[in-house]
Design a protein around this ligand. Structure first.
Ligand code: PEP
Ligand code: MN
Length: 360
């Protein structure tokens, strides 16, 4: 549930509400809405719900108390109607601009990273990606350069000015990755690693969570909920394809997830057509498709010599291909932005969307 404070409520009344919530063994989360303060009540409410709603509703300064029927609370549009904008250095994700995260699957050497970073920056990428710790299906495959790669990423940020995103695979890597990187990435294989999600929730860096290949949209939102509940509101979601019976593509890119997520949550949504398709020639059309359905941006793997890459050689674009993709993405993004306020078919109101979806 969340408590909407009256616009005239003072400090003492706000403290009174928060104190009551804490006294119940629950946690208050404040959100300054456009007009008034909203306080989410998070925790195991159980059978106390009705009684608690009445008790909180009777406190001075409280305007209304509304239940949140979804299992995801802090990440829901019900609690937080405005879009979250994640700001990192000069980049903003979710503000209506086109976010383009680009760079190699793995950081392989200083030269490989710098050449890629300079080319993607010149082509208009807004964030540099590069894997330092690599989750590989085979223990015999290249596992990443680790901390050495983190240093190259930090140097590449110095050269290009681009913020850096890289994957963190374990809770005990969170501090070191946060020391070098601007955004932490939680990979598909770790989307339900709850100790990692909690650890990422305790650092002062934005986190991008990639959808697990067997995860529902609700499970992705619950993963994000862990991070926000642990204290980190700067979460970005990434649709990177789910596993289906199809074998021509590495995964099946769930484009419907993008508008669905935008309806259910205030968090920005990125699509990753590189891991979703696993095929170089499918990356541009699916990147365009992701932006066309309203993604806040894309993540694209780029390598100076893709065929020689130490990981994911089949899906990385070369530098020229990436430049051409950037040129194609911009007009699509502009077109989608200009249509934003003109829904062709109205969907269910955000608050009722899960129920409405369940019925169809
Ligand atoms: C990656 O982006 O480097 C990666 C490993 O992706 P995913 O976790 O989506 O497989
Ligand atoms: Mn990869």
């Amino acid at each position: 549930m969340f408590v909407v404070m009256s616009p005239t409520a003072g400090e003492a009344e706000i403290l009174g509400v928060k104190g009551r919530i804490l006294a119940e063994g629950l946690t208050p989360y404040e959100h300054a809405g456009a007009r008034q303060l909203v306080i989410a009540v998070v925790g195991e409410v159980g059978a106390r719900r009705e009684e608690l709603m009445q008790r909180l509703g009777g406190l001075p300064g409280v305007e209304t108390v509304t239940p949140i029927s979804r299992p995801f609370k802090l990440t829901s549009r019900e609690f937080h109607p405005e879009d979250t904008v994640v700001r990192v250095l000069d980049a903003a994700v979710g503000d209506g601009s086109l976010t383009v995260m680009a760079g190699p699957c793995s950081v392989e050497s200083r030269d490989q990273l710098f050449e890629t970073a300079e080319a993607v920056a010149a082509a208009g990428a807004t964030i540099l990606r590069g894997g330092a710790f690599k989750p590989r299906t085979s223990p015999y495959s290249f596992q990443g350069l680790g901390v050495e790669a983190l240093r190259y990423l930090a140097d590449a940020r110095e050269r290009t000015g681009l913020p850096v995103i890289t994957e963190v695979m374990e809770p005990n890597q969170v501090d070191i990755v946060a020391e070098y990187a601007d955004i932490l990435q939680i990979g598909a294989r770790n989307m339900q690693n709850y100790s990692l999600l909690n650890a990422a929730g305790r650092v002062a860096r934005p986190v991008m969570v990639k959808r697990g290949f067997g995860a529902t949209i609700e499970e992705l939102l619950m993963a994000a909920e862990y991070i926000v509940a642990a204290g980190n509101p700067n979460v970005i979601l990434c649709e990177r394809g789910i596993r289906t019976f199809e074998t021509y593509t590495r995964n099946t890119m769930d484009l419907a997830a993008v508008p669905l997520l935008h309806r259910l949550t205030h968090l920005p949504v990125i699509v990753d057509p590189s891991h979703a398709t696993g095929k170089r020639w499918l990356v541009p059309p699916l990147a365009l498709g992701g932006v066309a359905v309203g993604a806040d941006g894309v993540m694209i793997e780029v390598h100076p010599d893709p065929d020689a890459a130490l990981s994911d050689p089949e899906q990385q674009l070369d530098l020229a291909q990436f430049g051409r993709l950037m040129a194609a993405l911009r007009p699509i993004h502009d077109q989608v932005q200009s249509m934003k306020d003109h829904a062709i078919v109205d969907g269910p109101a955000a608050a009722g969307v899960v129920d409405a979806l369940a019925k169809h």
